[in-house]
Every structure is written in C-alpha cells, then in structure tokens.
Design a protein around this ligand. Structure first.
Ligand SMILES: Cc1cc2nc3c(=O)[nH]c(=O)nc-3n(C[C@H](O)[C@H](O)[C@H](O)COP(=O)(O)O)c2cc1C
Length: 405
C-alpha cells in the first residue's frame, strides 16, 4: 500500500463523527419511486457502501420542489412531509452499519427539462442552457425566490426529522444555486444579482433560515472551485464564496468544478462515450437509425470533450480554499488512486476526500484500500454511468452497452 494511514483516522465534519476521511460524494442513483421516495434498491446500495468501509455517504441530489426536479428518472424528492417516514427507514438502515448519511438538497434551475417536470424551467435570468436548450427559463420573481428559499429550509427540516446527520446544499455543477452565484447565468440588476454578495444572497438566506429553524444542524455545501463558462466561476471568486459560506455558518465545503453545459467537465475522462450518448441522449432520440453509424463516427469529434487532467483536478483550488477558511474542506474529482487520496490529506490540501465513480464499480473500494488489497480504482472513467442515468438506475457499464441497448 502506497498511501498514509492518516486517511483512515476518525475525524469530525461539521460535528458529524466519521470513521475515516473518505466520503461517498453525492451521486444520483435513480432509485426513487414516482413520488421521490427511496426504493429498497437504494437502501441495499447504501448498506453495501457502508459495509465497504466508506466514512460517510452523501445521497444523490434530492429536489426541494417539483419544478427543481432533474430530467433523469428516479430522482429523490424532499418537497413533502409525507416522504419523511420512508427516509427514516433508509437512515435507520445506514445507521445500523455505523455510517452517517447526509442528504444533498438541490433545485436544478434551467438544467432540467420542462418536458419531464411538466413545468417551465426557472432561473435567475432568462438564459438558455447550453445542454438543456429546449426552452428559455422563466426569470424568477422576488416571490419565486422566496418560495425556493423556504423550500430549501423546509427540506432541511424534513431531513433532520428523518434522522439524516446533515444536509448538503448543491451549489455546484451549474444547478440553480450555482446559477445565482455565476455571473454567466445571473444577469440580474436587483438585490439578487450584480455584486458577489448579491449573487450569494439566496444562499445566505437559506443558511439563515436553516440556522433559525434548526440551530447547529450540520449544513455542508458542494461548490465549484471554477467552471469553464464565459464570465462564470473562477478561482478568486470561489475563494470568496467559500469565505461567505463560512460566515453564513456553513459547516463544511466540498470542492468540485464544471457545469453540465460544458460536457464531461464535472466527471472527466479520456474518451467520449459515443454509443451511450447515441442510446440515451434525449436530443438524439429523433435521429433515424440509419444515421446512427454516421453519428457514431462524428460524435467523438463534435461531442462533449473532457478537459485535462483527469486525476485530482480540483485539488489545487481546494488547497487555496482550505488556506482561506477554517471550516473543513472536502475535495472531489478524479481521486481514484489511493496514493492521490492519501496525499490530498497529508499535504494539507484538504481535510477529507470524496469519490463518486469509484464507488459505482466497487462499493467496497475503501475496505480494499485499507486492507492493502488494491491501490487504485478499477473505474476507467468511461462515463457510461453518467450518460445512462438518463435511462434508468445507476450502475457501472464498464465501457460497454449490452446488445440492443
Ligand atoms: C452517475 C453520476 C451521478 C452524479 N450525481 C451527482 C449528484 O446528484 N450530485 C452531485 O453533486 N454530483 C453528482 N455527480 C458528480 C460526482 O459527485 C463527482 O463530483 C464527480 O463524478 C467527480 O468525482 P469522481 O471522479 O470521484 O467520479 C454525479 C456523478 C456521476 C458519475
């Protein structure tokens, strides 16, 4: 084993005790029923992860309002008190394994499809999304923004009532709260746009609402250290966002990067998953079968590219943020080699590491690292998992679709 044992020492994150410093980063599982309640398959997955040695689990994103639902099937919802008992069963199952469970709360803003939600998309400004380009989102009114703030606070209260150890606000990857933070998507001239303080206002009001209602309940945030959109999030501004989060009494920050519209920037990898895109992408559903071989040839040229490097690509910005704040910093993104994970901690760049794709192919990856049985994830970063969630529940496809998919 080439890593240091420090990563396996118990630690605290925002008052949550965890047995090591490796977290399962939020990953949409597509394992909820039509109401957004977790299915038994999700409980089974979390129990496997817990038994496999992970320190803490963050759920896939859960929508705080029906309008904020994503375009993939099986999304978790947290918009209704009636969902609490189903979540309590899920939380209890994970707690029996001694592992904390944190619920990620989100609103997709313009990164969803009205064809799926049945409602017009909403965003800080009426800017057509690069990927979900079907309609121009409705510009949120003051009343609409208030409704969203209240929905995040109410969802956090439901999470607490269900026994979750904390919540994580999804401020990353170009979803609604990231759309407010980014100068690319937020062109408002009122108190919700313009200066960074104004763009951050929606987050600070959510934080204040949660603190008023739930006291010191752990509230983490996942945010972008940068993105690739013109006029979007850059490192210097991200550092200020992290500082504003700290002054809003956020418990910890997880550092990611990228937006859906940039292609494979959030979860990077060396190749364009062409046949998965052809099989699952809603925009290509109308392409006649006879054109698909042609598309398969041109997609690698015109399809979503991934920036480089593929390993530890958010570590540098996480390190800068860690020097600027005193709350714990988690880093995610291409940390698939045990030595990289270990170094992220021992070098002082981050307090915790988190992973997504390595847990999809091997839910017990942490135990394998700890027992010295493996020093790298078997994930090839093919990203078929990312594309195929449009069709059904999360699974590892290992770079191949079965015949007829
Ligand atoms: C299938 C899939 C679903 C994802 N769903 C979410 C999500 O619900 N919320 C979130 O913040 N990130 C989500 N992500 C991004 C991951 O949490 C993580 O930031 C990204 O995959 C990079 O980490 P990795 O290299 O360890 O996979 C998802 C990633 C994948 C592959």
């Amino acid at each position: 084993m080439t890593g240091s044992p420090e990563i396996f020492e118990p630690a605290q994150i925002g008052g949550i005790s965890i047995r090591n410093r490796i977290i399962r980063s939020a990953t949409h599982e597509g394992m909820a029923d039509a109401d957004g309640a977790p299915l038994e398959s999700l409980e089974k997955l979390y129990v496997r992860l817990a038994r496999g040695g992970v320190g803490a689990i963050v759920t896939g994103y859960a929508a705080v309002l029906p309008q904020g639902r994503c375009s993939f099937p099986g999304m978790l919802m947290m918009h209704d008190d009636a969902l609490v008992p189903a979540y309590r069963r899920l939380v209890d199952a994970v707690h029996r394994e001694g592992v904390p469970l944190i619920m990620q709360l989100a609103h997709c803003g313009s990164q969803t499809r009205s064809a799926v939600t049945g409602m017009r998309t909403a965003a800080p400004s009426p800017i057509r999304d690069r990927f979900y380009s079907e309609d121009v989102p409705e510009e949120l009114t003051e009343e609409g923004i208030r409704e969203i703030i209240d929905a995040f606070v109410a969802a956090a209260a439901r999470a607490q009532a269900a026994g979750f150890d904390g919540v994580q606000l999804h401020l990353a990857h170009g979803y609604l709260l990231a759309q407010f933070l980014s100068g690319h998507t937020n062109r408002r001239r009122d108190r919700w746009g313009g200066s960074l303080e104004n763009r951050f206002r929606i987050v600070s009001e959510i934080m204040a609402g949660i603190r008023r209602r739930l006291g010191e309940y752990p509230v983490l945030a996942k945010m972008n250290g940068f993105d690739g959109m013109p006029g979007g999030m850059r490192r210097d501004e991200a550092v200020k966002v992290a500082m504003l989060l700290e002054s809003s009494r956020c418990s910890a920050v997880e550092i990611s990067s990228g937006t859906i519209g940039e292609g494979l920037s959030i979860m990077r990898g060396p190749r364009v998953p062409t046949d998965a895109i052809l099989a699952a992408n809603f925009k290509l559903a109308a392409v006649p079968g006879m054109l698909k071989p042609f598309m398969a040839r041109i997609l690698p040229l015109i399809g979503p590219k991934s920036p480089k490097p593929y390993r530890s690509y958010n570590l540098e910005v996480a390190s800068v943020i860690r020097n600027a704040v005193s709350i714990p910093v988690v880093v995610v993104g291409g940390i698939h080699v045990f030595e990289d994970a270990s170094k992220a901690i021992t070098s002082g760049s981050a307090d915790f590491v988190s992973m997504s794709r390595p847990f999809i192919i091997e839910p017990a990856i942490v135990r394998k690292y700890q027992e010295g049985r493996q020093d790298s994830s078997r994930c090839t970063m093919c990203n078929y998992c990312t594309i195929m969630i449009e069709k059904g529940p999360l699974r590892c496809w290992n770079g191949r679709l079965p015949q007829g998919a």
